[in-house]
Design a protein around this ligand. Structure first.
Ligand code: UDP
Ligand code: MG
Length: 325
């Protein structure tokens, strides 16, 4: 079988109720392109029977190619695996819960045909999400833009189309803590956004609890910014400058007896404050060191329990250990 023109990647973590409709809507949309396509379903350690259903779907339609993980590795890693196994000239990443309407893929493809190599979908409206999620998401995108050097487009998720060239570049980036939106912006190429309305989840609940969201945010910041590391330097300079200014002032007050400085409480507060600042700074350094340690260990990004059948060109790039390159 020759390589398909399009690859659609959907990460699956307990999405049993969404799989049938996902398949139906993706295949309806892709049929309209008139080109060949494949749907890579990456099973990220599902426990609800999604795995069995995926196998069955693959048996019925060989355009469906399941990549089954040995355990849950997380959404960004699942998408990465999908990119490793993808064979299409253009690769589209979509959520499995149908929040990203598969029909929008046609608009992404249109832009790709015009020559754009990264076509990201911009959430103009979001339905069925809590005020908390909307607020934190909006804050997150703006914070990332402030802190990082790469211009990550506001209000875009992972729903996007990537040209084969871009996919190959991203696949060759070995970093373990992956923030794909950032990487997608960092690589450059001809990029454009397409606005769409993000729907509510078709079925089930979000697989992104607050803990996972915070982890994603921490990965985004540490992967693309040194600003947190520099905060300690700034506070240090400010504190040093203030204390140098304070020395003559305190001495003068003391000598002229204008004011009697009684200061146990003040001293205590200052000691506690800088103790806190120092521990926070250490913690921030720790975040970076932990990530360096993860990189140095050189463990594979993910472990595949079951690779898709008829694997002609699927390269398991991130499963290779560094020394085997
Ligand atoms: N997902 C995954 N692994 C995880 C968490 C999520 O593969 O550990 C998948 C999930 O099945 C869905 C997509 O990532 O296809 C987006 O997750 P979700 O819809 O729960 O996130 P939200 O839209 O609420 O941010
Ligand atoms: Mg969702």
């Amino acid at each position: 079988m020759s390589n398909p023109v399009f690859t659609v990647i959907a990460p699956i973590f307990n999405e049993l109720e969404n799989l049938p409709l996902l398949y139906q809507r993706v295949s309806n949309a892709m049929e309209k392109t008139g080109e060949s396509w494949e749907l890579i379903l990456v099973d990220d350690g599902s426990k609800d029977g999604s795995t069995e259903l995926m196998r069955q779907m693959a048996a019925e339609d060989d355009r469906v190619r399941p990549v089954i993980f040995a355990r849950n590795f997380g959404h960004q890693i699942a998408v990465t695996a999908g990119m490793d196994y993808s064979r299409g000239d253009a690769v589209i990443i979509i959520d499995a819960d149908l929040q990203d309407p598969p029909e929008v893929m046609l608009e992404l493809i249109e832009k790709w045909r015009e020559g754009y190599q990264v076509v990201y979908a911009v959430r103009k409206e979001r339905a069925g999400e809590s005020a908390f999620k909307l607020k934190t998401a909006a804050l997150f995108y703006r914070l990332i833009n402030k802190l990082t050097d790469v211009d990550i487009p506001l209000d875009t998720g992972d729903f996007r189309l990537l040209d084969r060239k871009v996919v190959n570049v991203m696949n060759s980036m070995p970093e373990k803590h992956r923030f794909l939106r950032g990487m997608g912006a960092w690589v450059g190429f001809k990029q454009i956004g397409v606005e769409y309305k993000r729907d509510a989840r078709h079925a089930g609940v979000t697989k992104y609890p607050l803990k996972k969201m915070l982890k994603l945010a921490a990965n985004a910041v540490t992967s693309f910014s040194y600003v947190p590391l520099q905060v300690a330097t700034w506070i240090g300079f400010i504190a040093a400058a203030l204390s140098i200014l304070a020395i003559p002032i305190v001495a003068l007050l003391r000598l002229t007896r204008i004011a009697q400085l009684t200061g146990q409480a003040t001293t205590l507060i200052i000691v506690l404050f800088f103790g806190g600042v120092q521990l926070i700074s250490l913690g921030i350094i720790g975040e970076y060191i932990g990530r360096i340690y993860d990189e140095v260990k050189g463990r594979p990004l993910y472990i595949v329990a079951e690779a898709p059948a008829a694997d002609s060109a699927g390269v398991e790039q991130h499963q290779n250990l560094p020394h085997s390159k």
